[in-house]
Design a protein around this ligand. Structure first.
Ligand SMILES: Nc1ncnc2c1ncn2[C@@H]1O[C@H](COP(=O)(O)OP(=O)(O)O)[C@@H](O)[C@H]1O
Ligand SMILES: [Mg+2]
Length: 396
């Protein structure tokens, strides 16, 4: 096995890390997983585990001391990146340090880094108070977007159409913000994502996808489609944008998940995560659509190895999220029939009759998802839409 007896510390052991932990063990690593949740699913597949709140960096360092780990990593988890960086710095292991993590995780710093490198993006301003926010809106103009500098999952992100939207959106953004709040001009377009790796020989991209989003003010994905519909020059422009952003951040090897808006003026950066995407995209979908073992590559990087990059367009995929409404679920039907449709890989419904549901305002309001694969994009979209049309949820 490739990484026989390498001691790997995995920070976070939730559903997003489970498959990565399994892959690391298949490759021969001795995996220790830590998470605050004693019932973390990743604990079952790890060799060793410990219940530790990884946001407490000192506790994590204390745990890692004297254990001689060969590598430290997380899978698809922004919240664990600073904890990983702390171990990287303290024990001189391969990976991203705090400065590198901050250069992208903090959205304001990311915008500053890109602006410095001459990469076109939206207008952006920090918001340190209610009054400063109001004048920033007037300066940027409407529509504009308010967001925490350091949140994720669209939490606290709202579109402002006029000044009257500001007070509630500002308080929502402030509730989720740790470092601060910022405003950006609204970029109109189709949202696409780029999945890749920074390796020691440069930036590599394994897959492109598009998203369908809810209507404003809450900006949430409803469908994620691999591959993107863009081709030719537009696809090359996406590739070039992704390479310039990753190069300007000057990072050590890392996976990345970049979101961009395809505007009439070309692609514009929304944000970049220094990790694989979540929600099964990294662990299941990308390996299947690109043929590249991204989990193994992520593990290799964390052990200081340089993985051999390759990628192909093997098939297409759609994740379709199911939205609920404000109310109580009365009945759910059609799920088994939908599961039998050819190309449907998985359907999960997170609610049951009697559960209260909410209108879609954040990712946690979603009530289910459909994952479909097909040989091409059009077929994958029709498989997922067909499945969604069969599932009936009635509300009281
Ligand atoms: N400046 C912007 N213009 C247009 N849409 C935006 C802008 N900023 C954010 N969005 C939309 O809001 C979503 C969430 O914002 P993002 O900055 O990615 O925050 P999060 O880290 O919570 O995902 C994006 O995926 C995009 O759809
Ligand atoms: Mg985002």
């Amino acid at each position: 096995m490739k990484f026989q007896s390498k001691k790997l510390l995995v920070i976070g052991a939730g559903t997003a890390q489970e498959q990565g932990i399994r892959r690391a063990r298949e490759l021969g690593c001795i995996v220790t997983a830590i998470d605050a949740n004693p019932n973390s699913p990743g604990f079952i597949c790890a060799d060793k585990h410990a219940v530790i709140d990884f946001s407490n960096l000192e506790k994590v360092v204390e745990f890692a001391s004297g254990k001689d780990f060969d590598g430290v990593m997380t899978f698809s988890c922004d919240a664990a990146l600073h904890s990983v960086a702390e171990i990287v710095e303290r024990f001189n292991l391969p990976g991203l340090n705090h400065r590198m993590v901050d250069s992208a995780l903090n959205k304001y710093k990311l915008r500053q880094n890109c602006a410095k490198a001459g990469i076109p993006g939206p207008r952006f301003l920090p918001v340190n108070s209610f009054d400063e926010g109001l004048s920033a809106c007037r300066e940027i103009g409407f529509p504009c977007v308010i967001k925490p500098m350091d949140s994720s999952g669209s939490r606290g992100v709202s579109l402002l159409s006029s000044e009257k939207d500001f007070p509630s959106a500002y308080s929502l953004a402030s509730n989720y913000a740790k470092s601060g709040v910022m405003l950006e001009s609204f970029m109109e377009g189709v949202e696409s994502s780029v999945e890749g790796f920074v390796l020691s020989d440069g930036v590599h991209i394994e897959a492109f996808s598009d998203k369908i989003r809810t209507k404003p003010p809450y900006l949430l994905d409803t469908d994620v489609i691999f591959p993107t519909a863009y081709e030719g020059e537009k696809l090359e422009a996406m590739r070039a944008m992704a390479v310039s952003v990753m190069e300007c951040l000057k990072l050590n090897p890392t996976p990345f998940h970049m979101e961009m808006m395809m505007t009439p003026d070309g692609p514009r950066l929304v944000e970049v995560g220094l990790r694989g995407p979540g929600f099964k995209v990294f662990s299941h979908i990308i390996p299947k659509v690109s043929g590249f073992d991204v989990l193994a590559a992520n593990i290799a990087i964390s052990l200081g190895e340089n993985p051999q990059f390759h990628s192909a367009q093997v098939c297409a995929s759609v994740i379709k999220f199911i939205a609920g409404q404000e109310g109580t679920v009365k009945t759910i039907s059609g799920v088994d029939d939908a599961r039998r449709i050819e190309g449907v890989d998985e359907i999960e419904i997170y609610v049951k009759p009697g559960d209260r549901t909410r209108a879609l305002k954040s990712g946690s309001d979603r009530i289910g998802h459909i994952l479909a694969y097909a040989k091409n994009r059009a077929d994958a979209i029709s498989v997922a839409n067909h499945a969604a049309s069969i599932i009936q949820i009635a509300y009281a």
